[in-house]
Write a protein that binds this ligand. Structure first.
Ligand code: Q0N
Length: 287
């Protein structure tokens, strides 16, 4: 008999279902978004790449922080997760100055209350990684907030624990990735609490959808950097002169194939595992 699952939440490219009182099923689709718009064309195996990468990082960071992953299903794109009480905070760590961090800095010289040195250029590496929490926007963009505002949402002790944990996770993964030619410019985590009030890493971890991945060999601060995974899609969309409002354009086969190859390349570089071996047995990433 097929399972009957109740839908609990949808993101742009992922969905969450209830399995029972304690477990959720997180399903990663092959949909891709660019300029905040989900495109009508899918990237084959993108959901499997992201699921495998998350499971890889969860397995390797268990000692830094427990996580919600209970089981990786044989399809390679769905995972059973512990149901948690989620913290109402987007936990962002930045090692480089990009996106909203760069925008904040240009306006104010700071981001999320971190005063930064003068004269930084777009995409510069920061003197040290910083924790820049934001609100969970129900519509539109998350808004960067400072420590005081974040403490108002989760309390001081929890804030200190989340900041410390997020920075440790980022240091571990960014060093691992940099040794393999990928810069993790920034990354977003979601944390929850289990029944005992223990902090648990949830959602996805260090995927190209939750992070900015840059090819290290093309890194050139002083402007925007090419995206490791989505650059072909962005370039193609720019070439059309599309106004970046929905609906997005269909992607031609060569852009789909090139983009799929980049996702697979990120997976293989970061995990050291051949992607076909993951497809044959997803558990290889957790061993
Ligand atoms: C949860 N989100 C974020 C689309 C929606 N382990 C968990 N327990 C309870 N709630 C959540 C999780 C997780 N992960 C996370 N919403 C609920 C929104 N996204 C997540 C991906 O799917």
């Amino acid at each position: 008999m097929p399972e009957t699952l109740t839908h609990v939440a949808s993101g742009k490219v992922r969905e969450l279902f209830t399995i029972d009182d304690e477990r959720l099923l997180l399903l990663a689709s092959d949909r891709i978004s660019t300029f905040d718009v989900v495109l009508p064309t899918e990237i084959p195996d993108k959901g499997r790449v992201l699921t495998g990468l998350s499971a890889f990082w969860f397995a390797r960071t268990r000692d830094l922080c427990p996580n919600h992953l209970l089981a990786l299903r044989p399809d390679g794109r769905s995972t059973e997760c512990r149901r948690l009480e989620m913290l109402q905070l987007e936990c962002v760590v930045r090692g480089y100055l990009a996106g909203s961090g760069w925008k904040d800095y240009q306006r104010t010289g700071a981001t999320s209350g971190h005063e930064l040195p003068e004269g930084l250029r777009e995409s510069d590496r920061l003197p040290e990684p910083i924790f820049t929490p934001s609100t969970k926007a129900t519509s539109g963009h998350d808004e960067n907030i400072d420590a005081e505002q974040a403490i108002g949402l989760v309390g001081r002790e929890r804030y200190d624990q989340v900041e410390r944990t997020a920075l440790e996770l980022y240091r571990y993964a960014s060093e691992h990735a940099a040794e393999r030619g990928i810069l993790i410019a920034d990354t977003k985590f979601e944390f929850g609490l289990d029944r005992d009030g223990a902090l648990v890493l949830a959602d996805e971890a260090f995927t190209p959808d939750s992070s900015r991945f840059w090819p290290a060999d093309e890194y050139e601060p002083g402007g925007t950097q090419p995206s490791f995974d989505k650059q072909f899609v962005r370039d193609y969309c720019e070439s059309l002169g599309w106004d970046k409002t929905p609906p997005g354009p269909e992607l031609p086969n060569d852009v789909v194939a090139g983009t799929r190859a980049r996702y697979v390349e990120a997976f293989e570089r970061l995990t050291g595992i051949v992607f076909d071996d993951y497809l044959a047995d997803p558990e290889v990433v957790t061993r």
